[in-house]
Design a protein around this ligand. Structure first.
Ligand SMILES: [Mn+2]
Length: 333
């Protein structure tokens, strides 16, 4: 065991009251990490509180115990805080909480696979080479507490690996991911429930919204992009996670090296950038989304990253400016 692992395990073993936090717009990896960890800790007779900044999308309604997640933090005493699937930069939502000072100098363990900014606090169990936080959690906890594993826990971690890998499309270390998944399936992870509910099922409104996004597609040099305003989501009665379906579809369009989905949310514009993984001689030329996003405030991974900029002027004009800036950044890579 590395010293960080040893420390994290000790802190978790000794703590009786634990609060687990996840990031904005919880995705499958986030939900799987949190619920998997929660069940492992409950089985060790620990009192666990889990905190979500905003409600998970209804596409996750099929997940067992999802309704137990609470979004109000009580700011009481906890022996240990755990962050899953986010570190320094992702803590911006914590700053927006009622008492941000609460988090200062608290015993903290972080499980994450995002690139950091070097300013992270706490004991970091971080592996940017891993496809998902659920994978990291599984690799550690199956060594620490194999006897506690059950079908639910295996399904939670399977959910995270499946959703962050785009159902095994984006993983880089195939042997690592597939051997972990094989172990989870042997522990009775329910693959069918994840495939049927998360990978295949779409609401009719989500498909109609996709049609809107497809009609707006533009192509500028290395970038294919489309956009929406959050108010339009309301018209279609869908949530952000359902709207993101468009991104999964447009990233398969042949041609440009990167795709971008822009959305206007209140006074911010959020962008999701995805690069195509190039093959053969071109392999070295794959766009580094993390570098692009960092220049626009945020980051993520090499092939997928997000950014956020304040709204200024007309949405359509700002879109053109953002696209120009991204293309300029790509050019200098
Ligand atoms: Mn993740």
């Amino acid at each position: 065991m590395t010293s960080n692992e040893l420390k994290a395990k000790q802190m978790i073993d000794q703590a009786k009251k634990i609060a687990i936090f996840w990031h904005m717009s919880p995705d499958g990896d986030c939900i799987g990490s949190l619920l998997g960890l929660w069940k492992l800790l409950e089985k060790q007779k620990k009192k666990v509180t889990y905190v979500v900044p905003n409600k998970p999308s209804r596409i996750f309604d099929f997940v067992k115990w999802i309704k137990r997640l609470k979004s109000n933090f009580d700011y009481k005493h906890y022996d240990l805080l755990i962050f899953v699937d986010f570190t320094g930069i992702g803590r911006t939502w914590i700053i927006g909480m009622a008492n941000p000072w609460y988090f200062k100098d608290k015993p903290l363990v972080v499980f994450d696979h995002h690139m950091g900014d070097g300013k992270e606090e706490g004991i970091l169990i971080k592996d940017v080479k891993s496809i998902s936080t659920c994978e990291i959690l599984f690799e550690y906890t199956i060594r620490w507490r194999p006897a506690l594993y059950d079908k639910d826990i295996a399904t939670y971690f399977y959910l995270g690996i499946s959703s962050d890998s785009g159902n095994f499309l984006f993983e880089e270390d195939h042997i690592r991911t597939f051997s972990n998944v094989l172990k989870l399936l042997k522990l009775w992870a329910d693959k069918d429930i994840v495939v049927n509910n998360l990978i295949r099922k779409r609401s009719l409104n989500a498909v109609k919204f996709l049609n809107l996004l497809l009609n707006r597609i533009e192509e500028k040099w290395e970038l294919l992009y489309t956009y929406y305003d959050e108010d339009e989501m309301k018209e279609y009665k869908i949530d952000q996670e359902e709207a993101a379906y468009g991104l999964h579809i447009i990233q398969n369009i042949d041609g440009p090296q990167a795709v971008l989905l822009l959305r206007k949310i209140g006074d911010m514009i959020r962008g999701s950038l995805r690069a195509k993984k190039l093959e053969g001689k071109q392999a070295g030329k794959t766009i580094d989304c993390n570098k692009v996003a960092q220049q626009l405030w945020w980051g993520g991974h090499k092939l997928a990253a997000g950014f956020s900029v304040p709204v200024k002027g007309k949405f359509e004009d700002q879109i053109k400016e953002i696209v120009r800036n991204i293309n300029k950044t790509i050019e200098t890579q």
